[in-house]
Design a protein around this ligand. Sequence first.
Ligand SMILES: Nc1ncnc2c1ncn2[C@@H]1O[C@@H]2COP(=O)(O)O[C@H]2[C@H]1O
Length: 323
Amino acid sequence: MHLCIRHLRRRRNPFAQQLRHCSLEGPDRRWRFSGARLRFVQRHHAVISPISTALGHAGYIIGLLEYVVTEIWWLRVWAVLGCGLVVSFQVLQPRCQWLSAGWCSVYVLVNLFQLHWFSLSLMEPTLSDEEQKLFDLLGDIVSVREFADLAGFGEWISLAPGDLLSKQGNEVTPDDAQARLYLIAEGCCEVSIAGRTVATLHPGSLVGEVSYLLQQNMEHSSSATVTAREEVHCLAIPLHEVRQLLQRRSDLQQPFVRLLARDLLTKEAAVSDQALEDRRYKAVLEVACPMARQPGVADGVATYRRREPGEARTASLQMTTSG
Ligand SMILES: Nc1ncnc2c1ncn2[C@@H]1O[C@@H]2COP(=O)(O)O[C@H]2[C@H]1O
């Protein structure tokens, strides 16, 4: 120990001086704070001594709690409290161990910073007006944060009536930068297969999810032609960005699957409704057309045709009338 003290005395660097001051020779009066602290502690020694001992014990007991919690939030809270109490214990000692107090203060600061950063990440992000509109359409399928994280990779595009979002048969390769997933925010699109309109996509629908699902590792061609029927405003996210994002962020996989599943169910329901309506329409016309010469029936059929327009129905009417 003596050798060590002599060694520290010989060395003139500030760290050695501070260490000597802290642990071996008592306070250095040149340091104003240290002097004031010591005077205070000595003057109120009778009161401070039991308090500082209690603080020290509390600090180390809280340190033990860190071994039983598994949640990072609580781990950091206990670290801040435990280290903070150890710092106060040290500062209230007549011979403060600055080395211990200093490092414990560093731990407190690091953990406070992490807690602050963690709280910021829990705060809901602010969406732009167009993002908010689209988010409202998606309902409670995704949270605001999940939506914002996904939307951050997309760009907003506007389409004029007749513009194409997808052309049936166009090849889509896994690294195709042009292949995108569209989330329609405003306007309607028409889906046609082999020149026949099969569906109308409304705000909240996806376009390109089939390519996303099929084109994991292989080439594939677009399943339908999708055309803007009116002014369309949508969010376009490149498919490779979606794939990379989901690989990096496993927490986004479930919400994304929910989004796809809901979209496919809506489309399937629309196709079933359409098929049912077509059958009903055909049945009405099959009954009405043979009686078209009866007074009033021809007018009724014409009115019915006007009320239920549509390519498929017109085709079925033609079939029915020619039959
Ligand atoms: N029957 C359908 N009903 C609604 N949308 C469809 C239908 N068939 C294809 N689509 C959409 O049209 C898109 C064309 O490109 P994808 O094949 O990538 O993904 C397709 C779907 O988003």
